[in-house]
Design a protein around this ligand. Structure first.
Ligand SMILES: *Cc1c(COP(=O)(O)O)cnc(C)c1O
Length: 456
């Protein structure tokens, strides 16, 4: 499988070459030169691990021993069941796909657990080391750190917005004691963190000298790993391959729902991909109006992992909308970088629906799902369910992606239900553990100095 850049100027590469990189040399994102084709009939009966191997071996065809890495990543020990992403039926035709039963209780574990094993193996084979630099609004950082903790040849430098994460998220990240994990609490919001990461990556000499890599949602391996559970969810919610399913996806950086789009391009019978934004509604606005208008900053909301002002992976989808014309995309994205909007209203956006959910909607949805079905959902999942139900169609199963467990967002659950969410075993005393982090200015030079002193 060959990968091409969305900006059309960088050379084509193989999977193991793009695995360790962030942006392509031309500033674009790598995407497969073409999408592989699904074999629904053969895949329907497969276990999660076998399904993952069937799909990932097409995207990652130059990884030796991929089977073993997949088997080691998707275990009952890490995800609580051999289903990995179990489906819960609320009522006939309405389902929740449980993506958040991994070590950090959010869907990002599904991709990250595999990524940790891929990185370690590919680095060892090349005899190289890597310094992972990332930005997180909460869930990415902890999922990355839990996947990379103690891994040979890897140091992790994770930027998070100081004081913006829930107490649980903070404790989860900052309580890791492994020497290869470095938490940098940046004085700013998530977008400031992301900008610093971009600036450090823009310094090609520094990037090369310190072998800077990425695990944020632009990493293609993460997208590929997420494609798997769309198939799994489809098979669990249907009896035959002639049926269609719609997916409701709480969205921020457009990584999760973009994986659903890739699954559909591969041939999965998806009727609608229903995108849910929170108050930071840049994506909902795009799907309603055709205008992609990034905001200056993101507002802090009670579904914080969706608090973004621009959606990194959106560029991959826009590349397809522009008939894969990298030059056309580069031109439009230059104007975006200079602060204006991109008008994509002339190109069709079939198969998507979208909506927006506010704090009040979130609370109301958590309450109504709890009272109707006795199931507690987290604030992000609630955004997805709220918008999903608005677009639900008779006769089409609706699968709502559960992107985190409620235990991570106790404050909002208390506000909605008047009591604390259940805590999975092992997480009871999390906030009492000692925490390790450094507070740092939103300044690329300061971050570079920090990395230079501790690099692998
Ligand atoms: C990351 C995250 C999202 C957003 O996913 P994207 O892939 O960035 O669109 C939604 N909910 C939760 C809980 C998350 O951690």
């Amino acid at each position: 499988m060959e990968y091409v850049s969305t900006r059309g100027e960088a050379p084509k590469k193989r999977f193991t070459e793009i695995l360790l990189e962030g942006l392509a040399a031309d500033g674009g994102l790598y995407v497969p030169a073409s999408y592989p084709k699904a074999d629904l009939e053969a895949w329907r009966a497969l276990s999660y691990r076998n399904l993952a191997f069937a799909i990932l071996s097409q995207f990652m065809d130059d990884v030796p021993d991929l089977r073993r890495l997949v088997d080691r990543s998707y275990t009952k020990a890490a995800f609580g069941s051999d289903d990995i992403t179990p489906l819960t039926t609320l009522e006939p035709g309405l389902h929740i796909l449980g993506l958040s039963n991994g070590p950090t209780l959010a869907f990002k574990d599904v991709a990250m657990q595999l990524l940790g094993n891929l990185f370690e193996q590919v680095l060892a084979r090349k005899g190289e080391s890597l310094n992972i630099l990332g930005a997180t609004s909460g869930d990415t950082g902890s999922a990355a750190e839990y996947a990379m903790r103690g891994k040979r040849g890897i140091q992790v430098f994770m930027l998070s917005p100081h004081g913006r994460m829930s107490a649980f998220q903070r404790a989860q990240m900052y309580s890791l004691q492994e020497a290869n994990i470095h938490n940098l609490a940046v004085k700013g919001v998530f977008d400031d963190c992301q900008d610093v990461v971009k600036q450090v990556n823009a310094d090609a000499a520094f990037k090369e000298q310190y072998r800077i890599g990425a695990v944020n949602s632009i990493n293609w391996a993460r997208i590929a790993a997420q494609v798997v559970y769309y198939f799994k969810g489809y098979f669990a919610a249907t009896k035959s391959d002639s049926e269609q399913v719609s997916f409701a996806v709480p969205s921020g950086n457009f990584g999760n729902i973009y994986a659903g789009y890739v699954a559909r391009e591969m041939g999965l019978p998806v009727r609608k991909l229903i995108l849910a934004s929170n108050e930071n509604d840049v994506l909902d606005e795009f799907f309603r109006t055709g205008r992609y208008r990034v905001r200056k900053t993101a507002a802090a909301t009670s579904s914080p992992s969706m608090d973004i002002s621009k959606a990194s992976n959106f560029e991959r989808y826009a590349f397809d909308l522009l008939e894969r014309d990298g030059r056309a995309l580069a031109r439009r994205w230059r104007s975006l970088d200079s602060g204006s909007e991109v008008d994509l209203s002339l190109v069709p956006r079939a198969g998507f629906a979208s909506g927006r959910s506010t704090h009040a909607d979130r609370l109301a949805t958590i309450r109504s799902i709890h009272s109707k079905y006795g199931v507690t959902i987290d604030p992000h999942t609630a955004d997805g369910v709220k918008v999903g139900l608005e677009h639900r169609e008779a006769g089409v199963p609706l699968v709502c992606m559960e992107t985190a467990l409620p235990a991570k967002f106790a404050e909002t659950i208390r506000e909605a239900l008047g009591r604390d969410p259940a805590r999975p075993a092992g997480f009871e005393k999390l906030e009492e553990l000692p925490q390790r982090f450094e507070i740092i200015e939103a300044d690329a030079e300061a971050v570079k100095r920090f990395i230079a002193g501790r690099a692998a």
